[in-house]
Design a protein around this ligand. Sequence first.
Ligand SMILES: Cc1ncc(COP(=O)(O)O)c(C=O)c1O
Length: 482
Amino acid sequence: MATVKFYAGESFPLEMHKVRIIQKLNLIPLDRRGKAIAEAGNNTFLLHNRDVFMDMLTDSGVNAMSDRQVASMMYADDSYAGSETFTRLDKSVKHFFGTKYFLPTHQGRACENILSQIFVKKGYVVPMNYHFTTAKALITVNGGTVEELIIDEGLKIRSDHPFKGDINIDRLNQVIKQYGPAKVAYIRMEAGTNLVGGQPFSLANLAEVSKICRAADIPLVLDASLLADNLYFNKKREAACKDMTLHEIVLKFAELSDIIYFSARKLGFGRGGGICTNNEEHFLKIREMIPLYEGFLTYGGMSVREMEAIAVGLEETLDEDMISQGPIFIDYMVKELDKRGIPVITPPGGLGCHVDAKAFLDHIPQPHYPAGALGSAYYIASGIRGMERGTLSEQRDENGEERLSNMELLRLALPRRVFTLSQVNYAIDRLIWLYENRRLVEGLKFVEEPKILRFFFGRLAPVSDWQTKLIAKFKQDFGDSL
Ligand SMILES: Cc1ncc(COP(=O)(O)O)c(C=O)c1O
């Protein structure tokens, strides 16, 4: 998005694209929303999309594609082995990261599975700036532990730190000393840290981590799934990156890392994923796993149409107009809410607007899942589905005790180029109403709790009849409005 000055003084996000294909949306009546969330076990993952007005669950695989991406899907070359499509993707990924090797996978967690199986053993540790749900689950399944070493500022809701995703270098040195470098499977740096508000890390921080890794002979693994947002913030907030092109920043990231993996549901706006490296030894070990778990080396579980779209999507990631839309809309939403005293993570990050449910619903104890309750209440109030990113998204410890999350967030993702500003204004309006009526909202309890990744398909019930009261108040305030 370009910097355009408005004559009236106040500025607002200005899209550098036009919409040429649309999908009709449905805002179902309030009583039906109440029923739908109950049927979904108060888990927004289990709602049917036909019952959802704005789907702000995630940006994964739901970003709008460009005309060039859709067009590229038409000339996909369908063959099991050696397709021209793969050759194009291979060239595009290697150009993007400047790496020698690329191995395709069916999505981001497939890369995490393979890397965990190769590098993680019982008693090993993986230090990281912050965990992602699937990354952590796959490390622990293989007998490893995760050490989260994000800087203190990263866990503060309100901050003006430009790079809250940075790792704490002193603590990293301590952890390496404590376990010994041989027990450190690898160090994982996640671009645009997903679970703590889509916050970026700085190039300077990555450079320091890389230096430590190289001195201790520990592989540095970069999770580049949310790289596009991170890149935008490097360019805007880091003096050393101001005069670099986006591609120069990516190449620098890659040069500092030993292995890069990504979910192409996010990076490249398609489906799938992949692993890149310059290290032949790593490449050969990883390559053995691809046909076992993913598919042949020239598709790795992806469809040829998606591969074509990713190749174009990567090219477009280097265009600032293309990658700025998400962060600029998020910036608008966060600031509008913040102005009205609604607790949100600041500074605005990537991925979405993150509402602090601990403060929003400070009367709900964490074991009653305030972020889950906020997600359920917000769906009733608006027909919008967000995602719980708090204690529900954690796993219980080895003794079955609840592990309380550092943050209780309701994430309202802003898939890129999908929503209009008036829709974002509606999302803000309903959140303002809910904030004024927050005391009506109470907690949730599990009625069905899966052992692993419980947030995906666990089912919960309200601890009281608070949802009935919330619906009654909505009718009182809005009459027969949807
Ligand atoms: C930072 C990060 N890493 C890994 C993944 C896993 O990717 P996938 O959903 O493609 O398996 C995600 C998905 O949301 C992510 O955000």
